[in-house]
Design a binder for this molecule. Structure first.
Ligand code: GLN
Length: 255
């Protein structure tokens, strides 16, 4: 019957369209396996959205690694605090999110070789002259972001310095809280806060010595993804050797 032929044709067209849509996923362009990549898109210069596209150091790095090692990637943006739980729940294969390599996290995930040096800074409103170190935080409010090394540092030192902790799900909300005076200080990775202050003219400044030093790594669920981790490390090394790693960094961070 004509009606059925038409219906079958329509169905076939829909199936083809759906298949095309799939292959348009963000990818390294290879033919290899596809991996779900967790990202925190509120974290410039590492990951952010510009004109509806994901961009930043981490985004460029993982895309270049995927291309180099011939695998596909599919970005899954989420709050940073949700990323490790999502790896554990098998909703992600890999995470790149300005994530610091820590011993605590190594219990749950395997990290790639380190790809960036970071660490925490104390940040206050630009016109604040009372706070220059942790010693000045008695009775103050410290804003942190859930699930981060900053949040952990704040908890570890809360009893000693006698401040209150106020928790946020993303960095921009945390920055806002201090610039509008609702919290006195915040803790953030210094490359991130330096970029935010320079790029968005936030009325914030860093004070004192850097509180910690750490390194970013790309994470996969512990013991589950050795093959992927090997590809990531191999790709990272090739990007370093070819100079592409430096090119990516220079694109976002002025020397
Ligand atoms: N580097 C910090 C951490 O690993 C913050 C990461 C982030 O906020 N995306 O906890």
């Amino acid at each position: 019957m004509k009606k059925w032929t038409l219906l079958a044709l329509l169905l076939a067209v829909l199936i083809v369209l759906a298949a095309c849509g799939d292959s348009e996923e963000e990818s390294g362009g290879g033919e290899g396996e596809s991996y779900r990549v967790g990202i925190d898109t509120t974290y410039p210069p590492f990951e952010f959205e510009e004109d509806g596209e994901y961009t930043g150091i981490d985004i460029d790095l993982i895309k270049a690694i995927a291309e180099n090692q011939d695998f596909e990637i599919d970005f899954n943006p989420m709050d940073f605090g949700g990323i490790i739980p999502a790896l554990q729940a098998d909703q992600l294969d890999v995470a790149i999110a300005g994530m610091s390599i820590t011993d605590e996290r190594k219990e749950i995930v395997d990290f790639s070789d380190p790809y960036f040096d970071a660490g925490l800074s104390l940040v206050v409103a630009e016109d604040n002259s009372d706070i220059t170190s942790l010693e000045d935080l008695e009775g103050k409010t410290v804003a942190v972001k859930s699930g981060t090394t900053g949040a952990q540092f704040a908890r570890d030192n809360e009893a000693e310095y006698g401040y209150e902790i106020s928790q946020f799900e993303d960095s921009p909300s945390m920055f806002q809280e201090v610039s509008n005076g609702n919290a006195d200080v915040l803790l953030e990775d210094y490359p991130v806060i330096a970029y935010a202050i320079a790029e968005s003219e936030l009325a914030l400044k860093t004070v004192g010595e850097r509180l910690t030093g750490d390194q970013y790594g790309i994470a996969v669920l512990k013991g589950e993804n050795a093959e992927l981790l090997e590809k990531i490390n191999a790709g990272l090394q090739e990007l370093r050797d070819s100079g592409e790693y430096d090119e990516i960094l220079n694109k976002y961070i002025a020397e």
